[in-house]
Design a protein around this ligand. Structure first.
Ligand code: FMN
Length: 185
């Protein structure tokens, strides 16, 4: 049976091959605009996105240096390196926002699906130095780095290391629906 899932959801994958080109600011803005429309608890919109575009080589290198070495190997060719950050306290009343990470993930998912619809590739990462993000983004207490996301133009798999080529060509695996969608009762 043909899947009715939106193709931009089912076709998105964590890309490893990027073509090192500059992304126009209008496309960058569209990505963040998509993130902006995510749902959030109390409409707090706790997400912040700090980014470096390869139009500024020096800042791009600085952001790249924050990533784990294995991630730098392929992320160096991305157009954009983004760090998602969650505001951990509710502006509403100063209480801890138990949904800050959840909602920042929701906004990030919007951004990655929007990237796919623009014909771009993306790749989220947990492998990065949180303290360095705090430093380069000038984060104050109450703002927590969540993930790094590389976005860019899809590149040629022949330029990848053997290991990464194998990785990116491997079939994407998911749990069966029955394992994750469970009827109550
Ligand atoms: C929060 C998070 C952290 C991740 N960290 C890394 C990482 O540091 N390096 C990496 O290559 N991939 C990383 N990934 C990508 C996952 O490995 C990938 O999403 C998963 O294998 C499913 O593949 P797909 O995104 O292609 O569907 C991360 C993904 C998420 C959501």
């Amino acid at each position: 049976m043909e899947s009715k899932v939106l193709s931009h959801i089912s076709n998105r994958k964590s890309e490893l091959a990027f073509e090192p080109k500059i992304l126009p600011q209008a496309d960058i803005d569209t990505l963040f605009e998509a993130a902006r429309w995510a749902a959030s608890s109390y409409n707090e919109q706790p997400w912040r996105f700090y980014y470096a575009s390869r139009d500024n080589q020096q800042l791009f290198e600085k952001a790249l240096g924050v990533l784990a070495e294995g991630n730098q190997e392929w992320a160096k060719n991305a157009s954009l390196l983004i760090f998602s950050v969650a505001k951990t306290e509710l502006t509403l009343n100063g209480n801890s926002n138990g949904y800050a990470m959840h909602d920042t993930g929701m906004a990030t998912a919007n951004l990655m699906i929007q990237a796919e619809s623009l014909g771009l590739a993306s790749h989220p990462m947990g492998g990065f130095d949180r303290d360095k993000v705090k430093e380069i983004a000038g984060l104050t207490d109450g703002y927590k780095p969540v993930a790094a996301i590389a976005v860019g133009y899809k590149g040629d798999y022949n330029n990848l290391s053997d290991n990464n080529k194998k990785r990116v060509l491997a079939p994407r695996k998911r749990k069966d629906l029955g394992e994750i969608a469970l009827k109550i009762g």
